[in-house]
Design a protein around this ligand. Structure first.
Ligand code: NI
Length: 398
């Protein structure tokens, strides 16, 4: 199909896709509970005559479909479908009807764009040079649905044909509608977390020498942990340690038995990830020992860093320049310290995660992701559809 023909094919679906996005926006659901959303996705696939697998091992709300010749190279395209526990304040006519839940990360837009790509590609099915696999994944927002889907075999050939490459996208405030950005290598960070409880011995606040103060110890740790980034990590690399929770005590004049800190540790490479874990643990233990406290330390692995295959990132860049215009592709110069469970797919198969602009032209900077006022920009729908379609149809020429 010509460039113009494809643009026309995409725009012919836009009224329906916009309506679909609004319908999904009304029914936001939390991780692994996306039953109405999954039903809406499957109803669209039924309408398009695309067979699908409804429910994956460990992810009942996941949906996987494929079209084209399974003997050809298989390109997997993924969208996340879940929402957040936020009370919506956008005031849009299609605002959430589910109390306390909201599509504040634009996954309603991602789900819609992948359905749009399925509609366009289905019409070209007989001429497709590849097999295209569509993955609607639950529980990106902390549930690790991506890991569940990968472990259940959505890429390795146990659920549909084995994927040769995988692509995913995220709507991105700060990038204008119509543009796409990504970078080779690390694009997003690992999202690990930790908790340290310093155990001292409680006593009267007027007589600190009678006990062991865990609060002073915890405070020392909060400050000291910053030295991983400033003194241990290569200054040209990126890392974050944020202690987001500190709790202890019951009264101003009592030294409690325990004080706890909890935080997130963000890194971009496996080596830095191992180093930050060892450092935080060692620093907490050392500071506890210096202050005569015990420490209970827990580390929780989050998502791995999202690391794009360099050749696939180049392919996304070339595709965006050709399909959208040479000035519509922007190289992301630095990684973002946010995280994504698309990382699990990239651990199995070469691929690329890219960002699609959702900043409305001429409008003041919109609310950020996870804001109670964020609403996905409908004008970005054709951009995501076009990218998904082109990444599939040109893959064998890459
Ligand atoms: Ni998101």
């Amino acid at each position: 199909m010509t460039n113009g023909g494809l643009a026309e094919a995409v725009s012919s679906h836009l009224p329906r896709l916009t309506d679909l996005r609004h319908r999904l926006h009304r029914i936001p659901e939390l991780s692994f509970q996306e039953h109405e959303t999954a039903a809406a996705v499957r109803a669209e696939l039924d309408r398009l005559g695309i067979p699908y697998v409804a429910g994956i091992e460990g992810a009942a709300t996941g949906t996987v479909a494929w079209i084209g010749d399974p003997a050809k190279p298989c390109v997997a395209l993924r969208a996340d479908i879940d929402a957040l526990p936020i009370v919506e304040q956008t005031g849009v006519p299609y605002a959430s009807t589910h109390a306390g839940r909201m599509h504040a990360c634009g996954h309603d837009g991602h789900t819609t764009m992948l359905l749009g790509a399925a509609a366009v590609l289905k019409a070209m099915e007989r001429d497709l040079p590849v097999c295209v696999k569509f993955v609607w994944q639950p529980a990106e927002e902390g549930g690790g649905g991506g890991r569940v889907m990968c472990e259940a075999g959505v890429l390795d050939g146990r659920v549909g044909p084995k994927a040769s490459a995988v692509f995913g996208l995220h709507g991105w405030p700060g990038l204008p509608v119509g543009t796409v950005a990504t970078k080779p290598g690390a694009l997003l960070a690992a999202t690990d977390s930790f908790a340290a409880t310093f155990v001292g011995r409680g006593c009267h606040g007027a007589f600190p020498h009678m006990g062991v103060d865990p609060i002073v110890t915890a405070c020392e740790a909060v400050l000291n942990l910053q030295q991983f980034v400033s003194r241990e990590l290569d200054p040209t690399d990126q890392g974050v340690v944020t202690v987001g929770k500190v709790y202890a005590g019951t009264a101003t004049n009592i030294i409690p038995d325990e004080a706890t800190i909890e935080g997130t540790a963000r890194t971009l490479h496996p080596a830095a990830r191992a180093a930050i874990q060892a450092s935080i643990r060692r620093r907490c233990q050392g500071i506890a020992a210096a202050n005569n406290c015990q420490v209970r330390f827990a580390w929780t692995d989050g998502y791995p860093p999202t690391i794009n295959d360099p050749a696939m990132a180049d392919y996304v860049a070339a595709t965006a320049k050709r399909a959208l215009g040479p000035d519509r592709y922007l190289t992301a110069t630095r990684a973002s310290m946010g995280g994504e469970d698309f990382a699990y797919y990239l651990e199995q198969v070469p691929g690329c995660f890219f960002l699609v602009g959702v900043e409305r032209p001429g409008a003041p900077a919109g609310p950020p992701l996870h804001s109670d006022r964020f609403d996905f920009a409908d004008a970005a729908i054709p951009v995501g559809v076009r990218m998904f379609v082109e990444l599939a149809t040109n893959f064998t020429k890459a």
